[in-house]
Structures are given as structure tokens and as C-alpha cells.
Design a protein around this ligand. Structure first.
Ligand code: AMP
Ligand code: MG
Length: 472
């Protein structure tokens, strides 16, 4: 074995109530389907041969220095509290300090049953693994905080869902896998000591400047405000913003039924399980506030007198909407080519968005086209654009280099749902060409790549993906 990973674990050194230690379950015939060399380099990992890496990332061989475990957490799922979740199909191998000085988790998702699997099989199938690989890497290239994909392995086993499907494991990388639900479980149990330990751990690892539980709450609020504003700015719908999928370091985590919108509508939902439309595009800022309130409720339980913490916690949570709106406006201003705040910016942005919603305008292509003067073609009734454009043009007078501002705020390429579905179908049939092409093109989303115009095209009516699935 020559393939090594320079582990440096801290979570595994916490006391036992935070996890169950166990190795991943071996698979029959692991085959390395993808490996992210750029990410490996930043993490200080020297690639080994494909066979060795398939053994490690498939879960058959626990590499030296790893201290595998399943993390414990709870969470509100669609608003209902579930007192015990935890990694039901994921194993944290350990942490690595990168050459950039950043600490990152390496987790195998789809690594077999754990004490938290409930009725699940602990496995994942190839479709959602490759979807998460491509979409999370695209998110990173868009400059948005996210977990990343280090490797994907086909297991050679069949996973049973609606039918038999090829099994796979994703080696996922995160700043950490701490979630709002990681705190909720100990609050619900009235375990102040564990809450304090976890709070100290989260502060030391992510927000060393934060002071105590309320400092942590403030830091998470700010990170989440920025994150949600960033999602909104690229038309991203997370789809399952449960508190167990709400990251403490503020990364996008859990690419289940997520989607990037094609034609813009604020109430768009893709997730097939989101029947109440709780996690619709335009609801995301307020859901993030709701999730932060759950974190606040959990964090104050560690105080000697939780009642005494209510006022400050409430104040922190109540300040979130204004922060998100500020971050949101700053991003949408840039999308219009404006770099400095001015009167009437909010009306200018909403005026365009309303017209886009009424005219089935493609979210990505409309904004991208603003810079080259062809945006009106994106409206079923181009006159709707013409009634908005003069105010915008007036606002741009004297603005410094609006073209450049727009081109670095409006991506040309997003992972479109119909291409993701096409990619999965091809990969299941053994053809990874589209998977590789998507990774290559989406790595430079702000560059014109005219030879890949096919990936900019919205779906034809028969290609439209109506629903996405949790893919568990
Ligand atoms: P998710 O919807 O992926 O956020 O998962 C919610 C919870 O269900 C987490 O505790 C997962 O670990 C668990 N889970 C999801 N799929 C499976 C599966 N196939 N086997 C076991 N647990 C699962
Ligand atoms: Mg989850």
C-alpha cells in the first residue's frame, strides 16, 4: 500500500457520546469512477493507483491514521423534530489539514449500515453520488461555500430502490459535518455538558474569534445569511433544508433533491417529497431563519439559566432577515453591473425578477445576456424587458466597468437538471464522457466556452425535469 492520507483527527478525540466508532462495510468489487486531483492537491493528498484508491474510498481498506466513525445528530425534517438521526449511511474517516491550512473532513457516503441506519440499507446508488459530485464541484467553482467531492467509487453491488441500481460511494469533503441537528440532540436530552463541549469544539474549529454560545450563534447566522444569498443569486434550490442539513460552518451540504432553476419562478419546487412546498426557492431565506432559531433554542440550553439567554438569542435571530437581504441585494446589484449601493436598487432588481417570472425567462441566460445586450430575447414578450431597461441603463451611467462586474457575477454555465439526468443515464450504462465534460466545463462557469453552448441551452419541453428525488 503506497497510497496514504495525512490524517489529523480532532472530532474522534471528543468523548464517545458524539459518535459510534465503526469501520465502513466492505463492498464486492470497488472501481474508482472519479477522483478529484485538484482537491487532493489542496488537501496534501498524493494520488495512488486507481485500484488502491478504490479500496480506500470504497470502504474496503481503512487507511492508516483514519479513525472511522458515524456521527450522532437529530433534526427537524420538514418542520417535525426527529429525536435521533445520525450518519445512517456515512462514515467519517477523519480530517486532513490542507496545504492551504484548512482542516477538512473526509466522509464516505454510502459506506454501509451504522447504529443510526434505522430501516435504511446504509447504501447509495450511482445516480445521486454522481449528481452530488458534479453539482457540489460546480457550486465550488461558482465561489459558493460547499462540501466537495474527492472521489466516487462504484461498488459492484446492486442497491435496491424502485428496482435494482448500481451501488456507489462518494468520498465527500467538508469544513466539518457539524449541523444544527448536532446541537439539537443534546439540548433535547438536557445534556448541558455535551452541549458546552460541542460549542467549544465548533468555535475552536470554525469561528475562533466567537465568544461563547451567543458568539457562535452570531457567526453561524452570518455564514448562513451569506450562503442563502449566494444560492439565490444562482437560482439554486436546495430542496431539503432540514436542520440536519444545515451546516454550522455555513456550507451547502446534502445534495439530495436539489436543483438549479431553468426558467425563473420564485415559487419553484423540484423535490418530489416537498409536498407542502416548504423549501421553494423564495422561501429559503425565511427557512434559514427558522433553522437558526432552532440552533438558538438548542444553544441556550447549555446556560445555567436558559431563560436568561432568550433575549439575546432572539435579537441575534431577528437580525438575520436584514443581513440576508443585504447580502442578497449586494449580489443582485452585481448581477446588474452595479458595484456600489444606490437608491432604488431593490426596486430595480425586483422589477426585473417580476418580469422574468411573467415571461418564462431562463434565470441564468437572462442575467448572462445583460452584459451582451441580448437579454430581451429571453422574454416571451420582449416589450416587458423594454419597460424595465431604461431605468437600468440610467443607473449604470458612470458605474465603473459594469460589463466586468456582470460577467463575474452571472455564470454562463450551471449544472442543468436535464444534463445531470442525461449524465446519470449514460454513466449507469458505463459511459462517463458527459460526467467528465460537465466537470470540465463547470469548473469555469464564468468563462465563455462557445464550443459548449449545448450546456447553456435550457431544456426542450420534452427534456424538462419536473421533479428531483432524495435519491437515498
Ligand atoms: P438525508 O435525507 O440524506 O439528509 O438523510 C436523512 C437521514 O436518513 C440521515 O440520518 C441519513 O443518514 C439517513 N439515511 C438516508 N438514506 C439512508 C439509507 N439508505 N440507509 C440508512 N440511512 C439513511
Ligand atoms: Mg442529510
Amino acid at each position: 500500500m503506497t497510497f496514504t492520507i495525512p490524517f489529523d483527527n480532532t472530532y474522534a478525540a471528543l468523548p464517545g457520546q458524539f459518535y459510534s466508532k465503526l469501520p465502513p462495510q466492505a463492498v464486492t468489487a470497488p472501481r474508482l469512477a472519479a477522483f478529484n486531483e485538484d482537491l487532493a492537491r489542496i488537501m496534501g493528498i498524493t494520488p495512488g493507483d486507481a485500484g488502491e484508491m478504490a479500496q480506500v474510498f470504497g470502504g474496503n481498506l481503512v487507511p492508516e491514521g483514519a479513525d472511522p466513525l458515524a456521527q450522532l445528530y437529530a433534526g427537524h425534517q420538514f418542520g417535525t423534530y426527529n429525536p435521533q438521526l445520525g450518519d445512517g449511511r456515512a462514515i467519517l474517516l477523519g480530517e486532513v489539514l490542507g496545504v492551504d491550512g484548512k482542516r477538512r473532513d473526509i466522509q464516505l457516503k454510502g459506506a454501509g449500515r451504522t447504529p443510526y441506519s434505522r430501516n435504511g440499507d446504509g447504501r447509495a446508488w450511482l445516480g445521486p453520488v454522481l449528481r452530488e459530485y458534479v453539482v457540489s464541484e460546480a457550486m465550488h467553482a461558482l465561489g459558493i461555500p460547499t462540501t466537495r467531492a474527492l472521489a466516487a467509487v462504484e461498488t459492484g453491488e446492486t442497491v435496491w430502490r424502485e428496482g435494482g441500481l448500481p451501488g456507489a460511494v462518494l468520498a465527500r469533503v467538508a469544513a466539518s459535518h457539524l449541523r444544527v441537528g448536532s446541537f439539537q440532540i443534546f439540548a433535547a436530552r438536557g445534556d448541558k455538558a455535551s452541549l458546552r463541549q460541542l460549542t467549544d469544539y465548533a468555535i475552536a474549529r470554525h469561528f475562533p474569534e466567537a465568544d461563547g454560545p451567543m458568539g457562535l450563534l452570531r457567526a453561524v447566522r452570518d455564514a448562513q445569511s451569506e450562503l442563502i444569498a449566494a444560492w439565490m443569486s444562482v437560482g439554486f434550490i436546495h430542496g431539503v433544508m432540514n436542520t440536519d442539513n444545515s451546516s454550522i460552518p455555513g456550507e451547502t451540504i446534502d445534495y439530495g433533491p436539489c436543483a438549479f432553476m431553468d426558467d425563473y419562478h420564485p415559487h419553484r419546487v423540484f423535490s418530489s417529497i416537498d409536498r407542502g412546498r416548504r423549501y421553494a426557492y423564495a422561501n429559503q431565506p425565511s427557512i434559514a431563519v427558522w433553522n437558526l432559531a432552532q440552533l438558538a433554542t438548542a444553544l441556550i440550553q447549555q446556560m445555567d439559566d436558559p431563560e436568561a439567554g432568550v433575549e439575546e438569542a432572539t435579537e441575534i435571530v431577528h437580525a438575520m432577515p436584514a443581513r440576508t437581504e443585504e447580502a442578497w441585494l449586494s449580489r443582485f446589484r452585481a448581477k446588474l453591473g452595479i458595484s456600489a449601493a444606490g437608491d432604488g436598487d431593490l426596486e430595480l432588481v425586483t422589477g426585473l425578477l417580476e418580469r422574468m417570472a411573467e415571461n418564462q425567462s431562463d434565470f441564468t441566460n437572462t442575467f448572462r445576456a445583460l452584459a451582451d445586450g441580448t437579454a430581451r430575447d429571453q422574454f416571451t414578450d420582449p416589450a416587458a424587458f423594454d419597460t424595465w431597461a431604461p431605468d437600468w441603463q440610467a443607473r449604470l451611467e458612470g458605474a465603473p466597468d459594469p460589463q466586468a462586474v456582470m460577467r463575474s457575477a452571472n455564470p454562463a454555465f450551471i449544472p442543468r437538471n436535464h444534463r445531470i439526468e442525461e449524465m446519470i443515464a449514460a454513466a449507469v450504462a458505463g459511459d462517463y464522457a458527459l460526467f467528465n465534460k460537465l466537470n470540465r466545463v463547470l469548473a469555469k462557469p464564468f468563462e465563455d466556452q462557445p464550443e459548449h453552448a449545448d450546456l447553456q441551452r435550457p431544456p426542450l419541453p420534452q427534456e424538462v425535469v419536473q421533479a428531483t428525488f432524495c435519491g437515498t
